[in-house]
Ligand binder design. Structure first.
Ligand SMILES: Cc1cc2nc3c(=O)[nH]c(=O)nc-3n(C[C@H](O)[C@H](O)[C@H](O)COP(=O)(O)OP(=O)(O)OC[C@H]3O[C@@H](n4cnc5c(N)ncnc54)[C@H](O)[C@@H]3O)c2cc1C
Length: 503
């Protein structure tokens, strides 16, 4: 008898999972398949930390599918070759999957799979994923489609799933076997749906109270932000179930308020901000869906050539390892290298520093950050990297001053001292700009600049002014303005705040 396939990719869950529900409805024996793809394992945006997180997600998926009566089959290889073999051995009647808006490799792979399936007369049914709309006709329609999708009832986890035929499955792939280096990160987050639910619940029950006011400081953000991004990236949670869980919390809190139970009003602001971020998520991924080359090409081509020939590897290297001589930048980079997560504002500052102060083209910094982020999501990532580099033409130009960010977000220098211990003895007054201390002060506070901690790799005022002049000159050119209206038409949010989400 022919088999059907549920092809898991970045949707590693069994609830609110349309392909799984479709397989249950069809009822044929089913191969629940995940493929470690050679190309992805070797890609410049993939890392050991991501593989380990993925394996943790897969481990839980294995258990869940088993409880429902099926078996996850793991394969290592290239697509469509894996399908070809399965088809030869078992005869595939249909492949069920979610639409994926991934990196360029996954885009090309999907095209190969579709072409193969057509030639082999195998039906491929791809279900919409979250709020991203395939073949979107008009950006004006996007927001109402998103709202409509988020309102739709969740697809319940099936009570039982069709049995799996006898198909050989590989064990979980280890980093060493994949040719990846040993794990460096020590993340506080493990992969899997149970962990996803726990992080979401603790956010909605306690941690999220001051989300709105505490999301920007690296001192408070790790606790006050939801931290669900890696779970959304690997699909342990769907966006819709996250939105609906947050809305249910809102309803409960309103009721408690009506009942005079004393609800802190900060909750209402925080939940509103949270839901709008979930919409941003899909808004950004939609851009990559509509224009996959955003991964490696300026969305506004008028900015081509602006930085490409001025890449200075020594500056890039110092930025990568948190040795720029700018304490707030270095602290953030070291924190990220340690745990694989950083809050939005500080990600924006890191990227802005690379693009403006160091005048680096965004592509190499973006790839480096992609490997560090446990929540790497190409659609958000490349759009944000381009935005923070000023090359979209439709977003406000923001050149962050690291000293100003330190003063605003870490006024006593606690975060800096924790992650840049060389500066431990430096008083608050100098912590953001220790190079301004006199030689005597440096000796007094036990930190000689240039020996114990780097001299700033570029001078702030000069780099800032030069970047400002160059980026505004490029942005104000006729060609950039012409291109910008095309970019806005295709990708711009119809809500102004979304074109300028600078929090
Ligand atoms: C240069 C740069 C690169 C980024 N790369 C990624 C990435 O690869 N993957 C990723 O998930 N986010 C990325 N972001 C967006 C944002 O920083 C993270 O989503 C957020 O910090 C994740 O933490 P959280 O889950 O606690 O977020 P919360 O603040 O709790 O937000 C909840 C969810 O909303 C979404 N979200 C929040 N902020 C944004 C935003 N600005 N744009 C789009 N969606 C958002 C995320 O899915 C997030 O999990 C990037 C931002 C910048 C400036």
């Amino acid at each position: 008898m022919a088999v059907q396939i549920v092809w898991f990719r970045r949707d590693l869950r069994t609830a609110d999972h349309a392909p799984l529900a479709a397989a249950v409805a069809r009822g044929l024996p089913c191969v629940y398949l995940f493929v470690y793809e050679h190309e992805q394992l070797a890609a410049e945006d993939f890392s050991t930390a991501q593989l380990e997180f993925l394996n943790q997600c897969l481990t839980q998926l294995v258990q869940r599918l088993q409880q429902l009566g099926g078996r996850l089959t793991l394969k290592i290889g290239r697509l469509p070759d894996v399908f070809e073999t399965l088809h030869r051995e078992h005869g595939i009647a249909e492949i069920h999957a979610h639409e994926e808006t991934g990196n360029w490799l996954s885009y090309q792979r999907d095209r190969r799979v579709r072409a193969w399936a057509k030639a082999a007369s195998v039906r491929v049914t791809e279900h919409p994923s979250n709020g991203v709309v395939r073949r979107l006709r008009d950006r004006d329609e996007w927001s109402s489609i998103w709202k409509q999708r988020m309102r739709r009832p969740l697809i319940p986890e099936p009570r039982q799933i069709p049995p799996s035929p006898d198909v050989h499955s590989e064990p979980l792939l280890l980093a060493q076997q994949a040719g990846l280096p040993a794990q460096q990160l020590r993340s506080s987050q493990a992969g899997g749906r149970d962990e996803a639910a726990a992080w979401l619940q603790s956010f909605l029950q306690t941690r999220g109270l001051n989300y709105r006011s505490e999301m920007s400081s690296p001192l408070t953000a790790a606790e006050s932000c939801s931290r669900i991004s890696p779970y959304l990236a690997f699909g342990c949670l769907s966006v819709r179930e996250t939105v609906q869980t947050a809305r249910a919390t809102l309803v409960r809190l309103r009721q408690e308020q009506q009942d005079g139970l004393g609800v802190d009003p900060a909750w209402f602001q925080s939940l509103a901000s949270f839901e709008s971020r979930l919409a941003w998520r899909c808004h950004f991924i939609q851009k990559l869906e509509d224009e996959p080359t955003i991964e490696f090409r300026n969305v506004n081509r008028a900015f081509d050539g602006l930085r490409e020939n001025e890449f200075r590897p020594e500056l890039f290297q110092a930025w990568c390892v948190g040795q720029t001589g700018y304490p707030m930048v270095d602290a953030c980079m070291r924190f990220l290298r340690h745990g694989g997560w950083l809050n939005f504002r500080m990600r924006a500052m890191l990227m802005s520093f690379a693009a403006y102060h160091l005048w680096l083209h965004w592509r190499q910094p973006a790839l480096y950050l992609a490997r560090l982020f446990l929540d790497y999501e190409p659609g958000i990532h490349y759009c944000q990297c381009q935005m923070q580099s000023g090359v979209t033409g439709i977003n406000a130009i923001r050149i962050y001053s690291p000293a100003r960010q330190a003063a605003d977000q870490d006024p006593q220098g606690d975060f800096i001292r924790r992650w840049v211990p060389e500066l431990e003895g430096v008083p608050d007054e100098w912590i953001a700009e220790p190079h301004r201390m006199s030689r005597m002060q440096q000796d007094l506070f036990g930190c000689r600049i240039g020996r114990d901690y780097p001299t700033p790799i570029v001078p702030h005022e000069i780099a800032f002014r030069s970047a400002q002049e160059r980026i505004f000159a490029a942005r104000n050119s006729l060609i950039a303005r012409q291109q910008s209206s095309r970019v806005y038409q295709k990708h711009g949010s119809r809500r102004r705040s979304l074109n300028d989400p600078g929090r």
